[in-house]
Design a protein around this ligand. Structure first.
Ligand code: MRU
Length: 370
């Protein structure tokens, strides 16, 4: 595993985009560049991935995380598998094998976000349809597909932002959980895209960001992204959401998703289900924002969505020091499933699905992007 790290200033660009994931160079000698999200918000560090094990580790360790960003990363990772075969003097068959072996390996990195499998399926399908190519041209084709996945995600985020902002009224308090922002996607985000767009439209949303135990994506990433774009944000511990709602500070909840079943049951970061129950108890609409690539219509409902179990140390040593007794039993599921009945609407790049059920999901997704 080879990792080149660079510490740098946060890039200042006109549109505040971050380039969470990027490819540098051509298919034969280029590499994948990621922001190491485990170092934020204190350090802004990019890592260069030149082989598949480095990409696998980056996904597993949450250096890159968030469903769409994981999918884009995996697609570029498959290109690296072919590149290694090409560099070893491999012919087209060897490059093919390199790509498919990379895809199989990357599939084992994290189980819940369906975007990972969706992106690797897409790359593998294009590979199968590619016909006879010389090895370099085959690799070019794969890089073009990974770039297409990347570019499409950018467009999906913007469309989600536009549809979602229409659901928000001026001056509302919006609660979000985990990070579904630019760091979790190609750029701009899903749940945060809704908030960024509303902010840009002058609707003045005020965000309550759950810190999101155990790995604090809300505190470390969401609060940071919102601050960068000048959106007012108040950070709260997860356990404070009920009180904040009871005080009347929240008028809508918007969260992302890792996998949405055919009936609308939605897997997202652990704690999302609790937020949905709290929202229902306080009569606050609970929205999910996600691209079509996050739907898994092969699953009838959420009961068969695989839930990632993570290292107990994330709970016992998550804050840089030990916070629990030695050898205590720990349960650490990374995601939970919110039943469709608690979801007021799912905001996609094809439009808003509302009410949420198997029929409306199919109708909106089949209508495509306008
Ligand atoms: O474990 P993570 O940080 O990858 O979990 C991320 C989430 O749960 C996000 O809300 C989800 O992937 C949507 S990202 C647009």
């Amino acid at each position: 595993v080879t990792v080149a790290t660079q510490t740098g200033e946060v890039p200042e660009t006109d549109d505040a985009s971050l380039e969470t994931v990027g490819w540098r160079g051509d298919s034969a000698s280029g590499h994948l560049r990621l922001i190491d999200q485990t170092r934020l918000p204190v350090e802004f560090v990019r890592i260069d991935c030149r082989d598949v094990p480095t990409v696998w580790e980056a996904i597993k360790a949450l250096r890159v995380r968030g469903a769409p960003a994981i999918g884009i990363t995996a697609a570029y990772g498959a290109v690296l598998g072919g590149q290694t075969a090409l560099a070893g003097g491999g012919d087209a068959d060897a490059v093919r094998r390199g790509i498919l072996d990379a895809a199989s390996h990357l599939r084992t990195s994290r189980p819940t976000a369906v975007n990972l499998f969706w992106a690797l399926d897409r790359v593998s399908r294009v590979l199968n349809e590619a016909g006879d190519h010389e090895p370099g041209a085959l690799l070019d084709r794969m890089l073009a597909e990974a770039r297409a996945i990347h570019d499409e995600d950018k467009a999906m985020c913007r469309a989600i932002g536009r549809y979602g902002a229409e659901l928000l009224a001026p001056g509302q308090g919006i609660l979000t959980h985990c990070n579904a922002g630019g760091l979790a996607t190609a750029d701009y985000g899903t749940a945060l895209a809704v908030i960024f767009t509303a902010h840009e439209q002058g609707k003045a949303p005020h965000v309550f960001a759950d810190e999101t135990r155990p790995l604090l994506q809300g505190a470390r990433l969401t609060a940071w992204e919102l601050q960068r774009r000048g959106v007012p944000v108040t950070l709260i511990c997860d356990s404070m959401a009920a009180q904040v709602m009871k005080e009347g500070r929240v008028q809508a909840v918007v969260v992302g998703a890792d996998r949405i079943a055919a009936n609308g049951d939605t897997a997202n970061k652990i704690g999302t289900y609790g937020v949905a129950i709290l929202a229902r108890a306080h009569d606050i609409p609970f929205f999910v924002a996600a691209p079509s690539s996050t739907f898994d219509l092969s699953l009838a409902d959420g009961s068969s969505i695989p839930i990632e179990q993570r290292d107990p140390r994330e709970v016992t040593h998550g804050l840089g020091r030990q916070t629990a007794p030695d050898n205590v039993d720990v349960y650490n599921p990374a995601f939970d499933v919110t039943p469709a009945m608690l979801i007021a609407g799912i905001i996609t790049e094809c439009g808003v699905i509302r009410p949420v059920n198997a029929l409306t999901i199919r109708q909106v997704l089949q209508s495509g992007v306008d």
